[in-house]
Design a protein. Structure first.
Length: 326
C-alpha cells in the first residue's frame, strides 16, 4: 500500500463520476457516519478516519475532533491529516481554505478521491471496526481536553496577607496618579537642582543645565523619524506591488477554475448521454466512431500516450519499408 497509487487517480478517471448518494451510503455503511450532506465532511474528521482505515497507525485518531464546529477546530483536524499524508508518502494537495468553507463541489471532489484511494489500497482482511475506533478515540480526546482545562484553573487566594498586599498596591498606585509638588535642594556649591515629577509622562526630568544633550536627542529623534518615514514609504510601495501581483494571480486562478469546470461539466454531460443511450448505440451503424470516442473519454493519460507511441512506431516502420522497396 504505497503512496504511489494516488498518482493514478486522475480528474478524468472513474473516481470523479461517483455521485454523492453512493458516497454518503459508503460513509454510513462502512464508517457508521450518518451524514446527510457532503458538506458535513468539511470538518475533516471523516477524511482522517478514511486514511486511518487504509493506513492503521499512521494517523493519531485520538487527536481528531469529530465534533468540530468552528474553523479553527477544522484546521487542527486538517493538520493531523496533512501529517499522515506526509508519513504515507501521499503527494495529494489539501486545499484547506476551500474545504473548511463547506462548499459542495470542493468536498465532493476530495471525498471522491478518498473513496477511490480507499478502494485501491484498503486491506479487506484487516477487519477495521470504524465505530469502535472512533468511540475510543473520542474518549481519549475528551479526557485530554478535560486535563487541559483543569491545568489552567486560577489559584485560590487563601491567605489574608494577599489582600493586604493588594491594598498596599492600590494605595501606592493611587498616590502616583496625583501630581507631586516640586522639591528644591541646595548642594554644597549653592547650585539648585530642580526635580520635577511630570504627571502626564510619568517620569522625572532634571533641569541641571544640560540643554546641549537635549538638543542632540531632538536631532537624533528627527533623523530616526525621517528614516522611519522613508522605510514606511518603501514598504507601502512594495506592498502595493505585491497586492497587484496577488490580484492578478487570483484572477488567473479564477479563470482557470471556470475553464476547468466548463470542460468538466461538458464531459459529465457526454458521459451521462453515453450511459443513457448505450443500448441504442449497439445497433447504430457508426458504432466504431462512438466506441473510439468512449475510449478517448475513459482512457487514462498513460493509455493515450501508449497508443500515440504505437501509432508513431507503425508510421516509422511503414516509411522504412517504402524506402527499402525503392
Amino acid at each position: 500500500m504505497s503512496g504511489a497509487n494516488n498518482e493514478s487517480i486522475g480528474m478524468m478517471g472513474g473516481a470523479y463520476f461517483v455521485d454523492r448518494n453512493k458516497l454518503l451510503g459508503w460513509l454510513s455503511e462502512f464508517f457508521g457516519l450518518e451524514y446527510k450532506k457532503v458538506e458535513e465532511c468539511a470538518n475533516g474528521a471523516a477524511y482522517c478516519q478514511i486514511i486511518d482505515a487504509v493506513h492503521p497507525g499512521k494517523l493519531p485518531l485520538h487527536r481528531v475532533n469529530f465534533k468540530a464546529r468552528y474553523d479553527y477546530e477544522f484546521i487542527q483536524n486538517y493538520k493531523v491529516l496533512q501529517k499522515a499524508f506526509n508519513k504515507c508518502g501521499l503527494n495529494k494537495g489539501i486545499d484547506v481554505k476551500k474545504l473548511i468553507n463547506a462548499k459542495y463541489q470542493d468536498n465532493l471532489e476530495f471525498l471522491q478521491w478518498c473513496k477511490k484511494y480507499f478502494d485501491i489500497n484498503y486491506d479487506q482482511d484487516s477487519n477495521y471496526n470504524a465505530i469502535e475506533k472512533r468511540r475510543i478515540s473520542m474518549g481519549r480526546y475528551n479526557n485530554k481536553k478535560n486535563v487541559r482545562r483543569t491545568s489552567v484553573l486560577p489559584r485560590s487566594k487563601s491567605s489574608g496577607s494577599t489582600n493586604q498586599q493588594n491594598q498596599k498596591r492600590k494605595e501606592y498606585t493611587g498616590s502616583l496618579s496625583m501630581a507631586t509638588p516640586a522639591r528644591v535642594k541646595t548642594n554644597s556649591n549653592n547650585k539648585i537642582n530642580r526635580i520635577v515629577y511630570t504627571q502626564k509622562e510619568n517620569r522625572f526630568q532634571s533641569s541641571n543645565g544640560s540643554s546641549s544633550s537635549s538638543n542632540n536627542l531632538i536631532k537624533e529623534n528627527k533623523k530616526l523619524k525621517q528614516q522611519l518615514s522613508k522605510r514606511q514609504t518603501n514598504y507601502n510601495n512594495e506592498k502595493s506591488k505585491l497586492n497587484a501581483k496577488i490580484n492578478n494571480l487570483t484572477s488567473a486562478v479564477v479563470e482557470l477554475e471556470k475553464e476547468r469546470m466548463y470542460y468538466f461539466n461538458k464531459l459529465e454531460k457526454i458521459d451521462l448521454l453515453f450511459q443513457s443511450s448505450e443500448e441504442q448505440l449497439k445497433d447504430h451503424p457508426d458504432i466504431e466512431f462512438f466506441s473510439q470516442l468512449q475510449k478517448i473519454l475513459y482512457n487514462d493519460d498513460d493509455d493515450n500516450n501508449n497508443e500515440q507511441s504505437n501509432t508513431n512506431d507503425n508510421e516509422i516502420s511503414n516509411e522504412e519499408s517504402v524506402t527499402v522497396e525503392e
